[in-house]
Every structure is written in C-alpha cells, then in structure tokens.
Design a protein around this ligand. Sequence first.
Ligand code: NAD
Length: 395
Amino acid sequence: MARSLNIALIGQKFMGRAHSNAWLKVARFFQPPVTPVMYTVAAREAAGLKTFARRWGWQNCTTDWRSAALDPEVHLVDVGTPNHVHAEQAIAALEAGKHVACEKPLAGTLADARAMRDAARAARRSRTFVWYNYRRCPAVALAHRLVREGRLGRIFHVRACYLQSWAGPAVPLLWRFQKKFAGSGAHGDLNAHIVDMARFITGQEITEVCGAVAETFIKQRAEVSAAARGGIAGGTSGGRGQGRVDVDDAVLFLTRFAGGAVGSFEATRFATGNQNNNTIEVNGEKGALRFAFEDMNLLWFYDAQQPPREAGWRRIMCTSGGNHPYADAWWPDAHVIGYEHGFVNMAADILNVIGGRKPVVPLPDFADAYQTQRVLEAALLSARHRSAVKLSEVK
Ligand SMILES: NC(=O)c1ccc[n+]([C@@H]2O[C@H](COP(=O)([O-])OP(=O)(O)OC[C@H]3O[C@@H](n4cnc5c(N)ncnc54)[C@H](O)[C@@H]3O)[C@@H](O)[C@H]2O)c1
C-alpha cells in the first residue's frame, strides 16, 4: 500500500483551484508511490472558504495559514499565494520539517528568493518544488529530451515571448500591479516562465543579460478593496481613488548562454491580439524546435539532417502513449489535453520524487528556481542602468 502524504494548500483562488484539481486528480490518472490527502486549505477569504473546501474535497479549512502549515499532521505545504508571502510561508514550513511546493516566481525579490534557497538547503529532509508548470506540457518535456539527445546539436538561438493583453486601463490596482506584493509585473509573472523553459529545454544557464527595456504604460489605476484584489483581471474597483502602478507592464531583454547561444525574451500584458501566447523557439546546427502554448499539444521540429528536398517543419502531436512524456496517463492518442493537465503531471512528479522515484523530466527545486530569479534580477538591473549585466554579478 502506498504511503499517504497530507497536504496543506495556502491560497484558494486561481492557483488554489489549479492545485486543488491537480491533487484531486493525480492518483486517478497516475499510480503515484505516495497517495496525496487533501488535508487543509488556508486562505484569507473567510466567506466562501468552507464552500471551496467542500467543493474540492479538502478535509479542513482555516484563515490561519500558519496553523495549517505547521500542523504536525501535514507533510507537504503547497504555497499558492501572492509573491510577497512566498518566503515567509515556505521558510516557516521548511523549518517545521515539511516538504514545500511553491508557486512561481520563487519570490518577489532576489533577497527573499535567496533566503528560500538557503532555508531549503538547511532543511535536509525536506524536498522543494516550484510550480513551473509549462515544463510539464508533454511538448515542452519532449523538447527537453530532444535537445538532451543531441538532435539540435549546438544551439545558436533561443527566442521566447510570453504575450498577454488583459491589463487595459479599466483593470483596477490588483496585487499584480504593486511592487510590495508582486515584486515586478509582467516580468516576474511571464518572463519567469519562459526563462525557466529556456533553461530547461537547452540545459544551459544564462551568463549575461546584454540589454533590457522595461515600460509601464498605465501608471495609475483605480484602487480596489483588499477583498477584491485577487484574480488575474478580476476584482472590481471598490476603493477610494487612484493608486500608482510601480511595476512593469512589459520587459524585453537579450541574453547570452553558457554554450554560446544568444537569446531574446519578451513579456507583456499589452500585446493586443494575444491572450496567452507563450512561445519558445530554439535553433540549433542540426535542427530547430518551436512550442506555442495556445497549441500546447504540438511540438514543431525541423530536422536539418534531412535532405533539403524533404526538409521542413514537422508537426508532432505529443499525445502518443509510450512515446511522449505523460501521454500514457491520459487519453487515447490525439485526444488532446489542456492547461490543468500540466499541474496534474507536476503533482505526479512531486509524488514520484517524495516517494523515491524519478520524475518524468526534471523538476525545479528552490535552488533551480533561484537561478531563474537571478536572470530576472539581472534583466531589471540592465533595464534600470541601461547596461549589460553579467550573471556573476548577481548573487
Ligand atoms: N504557474 C502558473 O501558471 C501561475 C498562474 C497564475 C499565478 N501563479 C502564481 O501563483 C501565485 C498566486 O497567484 P493567483 O493568481 O492564484 O492569486 P489570486 O489572487 O487569485 O489568489 C491568491 C490567494 O492567496 C491568498 N492569500 C493572499 N495573501 C495571503 C496571506 N498573507 N496568507 C494566506 N493567504 C493569502 C488569498 O486569500 C487567495 O486565496 C502567485 O505567486 C502567482 O505568480 C502561477
């Protein structure tokens, strides 16, 4: 019989739902070595929390995250709160000997991220995980494997962008627009994902940010009541007036990689016509790969080893059991999967690691996510000082 793992989730809105769904489904679709138990959910919204807990199958609920996270019955704390509380919650859980799965970015600031990395290092019995869920799209996992198997050869270019367009002037001052809660704007929200994907797919670290530009297009927004501050574009203006936006709406930057490749990254909430366009292309001497989240079941592969007469972009539907990562767990071939499956796949790999098995593809822990955070910090410094920043200068 598989051992069980009691989980305390903190946060019950966007990611709270995505994670609840993952913990609820994982043992139905996978055979994890450890069985997750949805033990407690904690969040600030007293109204609605009981209904949430009942709907998703959490055994207990509380507005006191500390009592949930430190409960001796709990084995894993799942942090799905805004960025400014990740450090406090994750470190408290690590000090209490729990495993921690934290949402991305690791933190709002580099100092918080560093403290989390150090706490994870010190907590020798605990495992840490960061919900960079796009790694667990089968197409992205396959891209990682193809690069590792040498199918692209030497890598020359990484071209990544994460384009959204929901943040028009009518959207009020959510936590995502405030530095004290979010740390940064589109940068920590969206560039974080594509930096993680680029590092994951290429297996290479970024060594330098060569230049960057950051812009805030809408500088004032209607204030919201604390209760209405959540959600991506949700919440209504219920506050007293206008408040200042002190994070970026868009950040673009150029990089060098350890293996000699060059990269470009672009994140924005103002790319009109794009909704969740998370795209990455990698060009190598033997071939190229392209992934776009809005067609997430597809990986495009250009095999430059083919004779020119037949060479061309190949459209791979990553749904074939036995051939594609995670596909075995889901549906017959070509019965496509969606956003939520990435979280279920990640929950399966968290349970694999805790149960002593290998994940399907590597999982980011706090030390790994700290490397992504250093790149994000270097880009902000580069934009602020209008100069190149070597990663060796960002500790
Ligand atoms: N992996 C992804 O694709 C993805 C997508 C969206 C958000 N995120 C990340 O997930 C995290 C949460 O984002 P969200 O969109 O779910 O936010 P949200 O605003 O929808 O929900 C935040 C939740 O945190 C709770 N909360 C806030 N402060 C708290 C505190 N001090 N103590 C206890 N609970 C508190 C709120 O009660 C709420 O339930 C952020 O770090 C964000 O960057 C990741």
